[in-house]
Write a protein that binds this ligand. Sequence first.
Ligand SMILES: Nc1ncnc2c1ncn2[C@@H]1O[C@H](COP(=O)(O)OP(=O)(O)OP(=O)(O)O)[C@@H](O)[C@H]1O
Length: 227
Amino acid sequence: MTDQPLLVADSLRLNFGETKALDDASLHIWPGEIVALMGPSGSGKSTLLHCLAGILQPESGRVSYDGRDLTAMSDSERSALRRGEFGFVFQFGQLVPELTCVENVALPLRLSGAGRREAHRTATDWLERLEVGDVGAKRPGQVSGGQGQRVAVARALVSRPRVVFADEPTGALDSLNGELVMKLFIAAARDTGAAVVLVTHEARVAAYSDREAVVRDGRVREQEYAR
Ligand SMILES: Nc1ncnc2c1ncn2[C@@H]1O[C@H](COP(=O)(O)OP(=O)(O)OP(=O)(O)O)[C@@H](O)[C@H]1O
């Protein structure tokens, strides 16, 4: 680890109408660190993740990434940062249904200017790494939930982001498949040196992290280093 955090949330506040979703939430993420956000339903975990990723803007407080103030950037600067430096894995629906699995994984590379052949070769390698090399030609609707999530993980990591945000990445899977996806996901993230911010309800998913941060009532209440 370096002596500078990669991502910092400093005293974030965000309300949805009467609901205080974030109420003075602060968190540091270090390069390469795997952090699980735990806590009761509705406590603000997803809202915190979305603010850290520059998807939601807090009403007050600051998010900085690599020393740059995300909250002060224009929308287009923030989008460029998300495309270039961040990867995302969500519970459902993040694959483009009209594209094959290999095309889905190649998409981030194509959008950043890679040629078709090179992008497909890299995407195929990533599918093999996630042990779904055989589904490349299929569309997302033709593969199982576990296979689809492994394709989604490959797509999140293919452009070698420095941070991967994962919101309940195994929430729709049975425990066996969830375990396999987590194992492959975390091994690949550690290999590439990506930090991971993971929202989960499940202790056995959080067990893959280096640190658990508990969110309660819109604030990070407890942090614990695993093992
Ligand atoms: N778009 C929205 N509009 C209105 N209220 C919202 C919105 N998003 C979140 N909230 C509310 O903000 C609070 C925090 O929600 P958030 O989704 O961050 O919690 P969470 O801890 O991720 O919950 P869960 O574990 O159930 O997914 C909740 O009370 C939720 O109902």
